[in-house]
Design a protein around this ligand. Structure first.
Ligand SMILES: Nc1ncnc2c1ncn2[C@@H]1O[C@H](COP(=O)(O)OP(=O)(O)OP(=O)(O)O)[C@@H](O)[C@H]1O
Ligand SMILES: [Mg+2]
Length: 192
């Protein structure tokens, strides 16, 4: 079971994480909630190993990971399929990738450069890319932000089926997502 123990992180004199400890349930979905600026993205970055904690221990996070970042972090000048193939290599055929994109309402997009997509379309491309990457732990930072209610329902259902068996840690401001999507909700508090 992935465990974060006494994780501390400050930026200069600003304390963001102070002895954060949690056992994340393996194969389950954990929601991280808390007010803007309380440290959710910082915590994900520490758990992903992208920034070092000042102190504390991470156990069970040394596994293949994938992520939807708070910003999409797609390659704007590459097509949607090329963005996906960057993380999948040749594991999926062109038509398999098209089928996945179609499932989230991106039927006409595979060969479009990302720069031509709307914000919500980019978000869905980032989600499909993260889900098709080979990973055991999936980090999602406000993944459904910017999607209208119907699209969000479709994407939620897609994500739900694709993440079965994976450990998912996701950030949200939406308590309904906690109720309908997460197995467990962890609240982070603002420290300073
Ligand atoms: N690289 C950095 N250098 C300095 N301060 C930082 C850095 N990254 C984050 N912070 C600060 O740490 C605090 C937590 O930021 P973080 O992005 O983790 O918040 P968050 O909970 O994800 O907020 P939001 O809901 O708005 O995305 C903020 O006060 C932010 O200004
Ligand atoms: Mg954030």
């Amino acid at each position: 079971m992935p465990r974060a123990e006494n994780i501390c992180k400050s930026f200069s004199d600003k304390i963001v994480l102070n002895n954060f400890t949690h056992d994340f349930k393996e194969g389950k979905i954990t929601a991280l909630v808390g007010q803007s600026g309380c440290g959710k993205t910082t915590l994900l970055s520490v758990l992903m190993g992208l920034i070092p904690a000042d102190s504390g221990t991470l156990i069970g996070f040394d596994k293949p990971i994938s992520a939807v970042f708070q910003e999409d972090r797609l390659c704007e000048n590459l097509t949607v399929s090329a963005n996906i193939r960057l993380v999948t290599g040749k594991r999926f055929t062109k038509s398999e990738i098209e089928k996945e994109l179609c499932a989230v309402g991106l039927k006409d997009c595979p060969e479009k450069p990302v720069r031509e997509l709307s914000g919500g379309m980019k978000r869905r491309a980032a989600i499909v890319r993260a889900l098709l990457a080979e990973s055991e732990i999936l980090f999602l930072d406000e993944p459904f932000k910017g999607l209208d209610a119907d699209t969000k329902e479709t994407v939620l259902e897609y994500v739900r089926t694709k993440v079965k068996g994976k450990t998912v840690i996701f950030v949200t401001h939406d308590m309904e997502e906690c109720d309908t999507f997460a197995d467990e909700t962890v609240a982070l508090t603002q420290l300073s």
